[in-house]
Design a protein around this ligand. Sequence first.
Ligand code: B12
Length: 217
Amino acid sequence: MILEEISKAIGELEEERLFQLIDEYLSVEPSAQKAQDIISYCQKGTKVVGEKYHTGEYFVGDLIYSGELLTEVIDLLKPLIRSGPNVHIGKILLGTVRGDLHDIGKNIFKSMCEAAGFNVLDIGIDQPVSTFVQKVREFKPDIVGMSGVLTIAIEAMKETVDELKKVGLRDDIKIIVGGNPLSQEATDYIGADAFTVNANEGVQICKDWMELPTEDE
Ligand code: B12
């Protein structure tokens, strides 16, 4: 019930109500799981913001505001998300692909990966193919994570994978792509190994690749 209200507060851009509800939800036994629940419902709320923008009810300023709200929520939840083990289980190179400036989802995935014990190199937003390739050479990650929420991100992801193949680096790494427009069909087109629209699921996939037990085991 509170979670549905949290989702609604994001959709309606009601800052005060949103943080009241989050306080209320976390007042009893705050945990990493509760933080993840809040993130999932906030993500649901941003879909409403996106729809309202699409139909002309909201403007770019509202998109920006929803982004700020989400960033504040993530900052608030970070101490809970980060309560994971202090071990090194693998290296992830992470970035938002060329042409796409959205980074809230990427940042959530990053925090969760770090909490799980991954060493994450975050190269930021709007990253060209050449930077991904250069950083794979330098950082030698086990996994490359590409984020994108614009439809055009799919093409940029494909070009990045194609270039990694061309220079002979593709077979050394696993590639996961994340963001709202992704699907199995898009993932096959891109040439990635997996996709997700849920950061928590993404972490589990990465852990599986490193042959580590999942949360449920
Ligand atoms: C906030 C927002 C913005 C903010 C972004 C702020 C920021 N710092 O990121 C600002 C205002 C900058 C913005 C700008 C624009 N936006 Co915008 N934006 C949104 C909005 C409302 C929410 C996005 C978001 O943060 N969602 C919440 C996060 C948590 O979800 P997520 O990204 O999917 O991430 C989750 C998973 O996918 C996963 N994940 C994400 N990345 C990764 C990576 C890996 C490796 C893994 C494993 C997992 C993973 O983990 C996350 C948590 O579970 C969406 C609406 C929507 N439906 O999403 C529109 C939306 C994405 N924007 C849109 C548009 C059109 C724009 C603009 C073109 C608007 C304009 N005219 O200027 C510009 C584009 C700028 C650019 N070149 O990128 C469209 C995209 C349409 C399309 N199909 O291409 C949307 C869908 C709105 C709409 N319905 O029209 N936007």
